[in-house]
Design a protein around this ligand. Structure first.
Ligand SMILES: C[S@@+](CC[C@H](N)C(=O)[O-])C[C@H]1O[C@@H](n2cnc3c(N)ncnc32)[C@H](O)[C@@H]1O
Length: 390
């Protein structure tokens, strides 16, 4: 592990004021997560609760013209700061990303890829009038049309089990383990920044983030032995960034972050099943976990991730919480209601059920995950990376 000699420079200011002071041709990669302009009173779900999507005044929607002028200004200031083979990554959703794309092209950048970050556990869409939003887009572009850019192709291939990495990245949202100093309302996962930095820089390189937030970029950069320059205009997030950076001084904490980051999408996944006390106990006795399937409203769909499932966590209001190992990783059967009744269950909600077999010897988990208390639907099942639970 590197001994944290790389620098972490954070400006508490508006990026438009600081960017001109950064020397030209000095930056290897820019990662920017600008305001999405979507804080307009909508609703979403967080930890099972309905929440307002407003992130803060910095994210309130402007007119299309305002959004265009804003993006064009900072993108224009960023370009000369990049080395000739340097690249820029900008994350966003449809609210801002098409404007960003237009500005990039107008300013002479060359677009290389549009990465789709597919969230493995997106919150549900409450209105039920749209497909569920489960992705964010990240535009990757280089400084110049003609000059070749830095890309650590082999490193990405290696990360992807020696297969060429595609432009769809399946990664979970921010885990609890990366919010130990508090959280930013639009914090990006360290795993995402880790991959971006590894793809486009070498050790000792310099990464700039003009909209630092909680400095996820800086934390990933320093963990990877890269230097960081961040700019954040809100004091609260500036302070959060400094607290996160201070945490890196502790080599044990640093190692834990790295271990969690490296257990990426290939890490074991846990299916979380919330059941009434009696039902949970019957499940444990029989070594069977069942979830309703079929066509009833709210029924479980077998989504990508099921195949990686290794454990099942049964709980009742989060108070009684036990984890079991599946007899065979990623397998399940579809049983009829009648079949389940033969095993002593009394299913009521569907004609067909997904059934998983586990060894009914509970495994130790370090602590009961707090957020489980908030999930009220008895039959709702969720898939989590093990690292987000233990
Ligand atoms: C989408 S968030 C970035 C979150 C960050 N990627 C993280 O992981 O924590 C955008 C951040 O940019 C900051 N911001 C908005 N306008 C800014 C500006 N003109 N200059 C500097 N920071 C700005 C906001 O305060 C907010 O924290």
């Amino acid at each position: 592990m590197n001994d944290l000699t790389s620098y972490f420079t954070l400006h508490h200011a508006d990026c438009v004021d600081v960017l001109p002071q950064i020397p030209d041709n000095s930056i290897d990669t820019i990662f920017a997560d600008p305001p999405y302009f979507l804080s307009n009173g909508g609703i979403s779900v967080q930890s099972g609760k309905q929440v307002c999507v407003d992130k803060g005044d910095w994210d309130k929607g402007g007119t299309p013209e305002h959004i265009y002028n804003f993006n064009r200004r900072w993108l224009e200031l960023c370009r000369p700061k990049l080395k000739d083979n340097g690249t820029i990554w900008i994350s966003g959703t449809y609210h801002n990303i098409f404007t960003v794309q237009r500005c990039l092209q107008e300013l002479g950048y060359k677009i290389l890829n549009i990465i789709t970050w597919q969230k493995t556990d997106p919150p549900p869409n409450l209105s039920c009038r749209y497909f569920n939003f489960s992705t964010e887009l990240i535009i990757w572009a280089r400084k110049s049309e003609k000059v070749p850019h830095k890309f650590n192709y082999e490193v990405m291939k290696h990360l992807n089990g020696d297969k060429q990495m595609t432009d769809v990245w399946r990664l979970p949202a921010v885990g609890k383990w990366e919010k130990t100093c508090g959280k930013h309302p639009t914090q990006k996962p360290l795993r995402l920044l880790y991959r971006i930095i590894l793809a486009s820089t070498d050790e000792d390189g310099t990464i700039l983030d003009p909209f630092a937030g909680s400095s996820t970029t800086g934390i990933a950069a320093n963990l990877l032995g890269r230097n960081y320059i961040g700019i954040e205009k809100e004091k609260e997030f500036y302070d959060l960034s400094i607290a996160r950076r201070n945490e890196l001084q502790d080599s044990e904490k640093r190692q834990k972050l790295l271990d969690n980051i490296r257990k990426t999408e290939n890490c074991a996944t846990v299916l979380v099943n919330h059941a009434r006390k009696e039902l949970r106990e019957l499940m444990i006795e029989k070594g069977l976990c069942y979830l309703r399937a079929g066509d009833s409203k709210g029924s479980l769909q077998v989504t990508p991730g099921f195949e990686r499932m290794k454990y099942v966590l049964l709980h009742t209001n989060g108070d009684h919480c036990q984890m079991f190992k599946l007899k065979k990783e990623g397998t399940f059967q579809i049983w009829t209601k009648e079949n389940l009744e033969k095993y002593g269950f009394s299913p009521e909600h569907s004609t067909h059920y997904i059934v998983l077999h586990f060894d009914n010897k509970p495994l130790e988990i370090m602590k009961t995950p707090q957020s489980l208390k908030q999930r009220l639907n008895t039959y709702k099942a969720r898939l989590y990376p093990l690292t987000d639970i233990c």
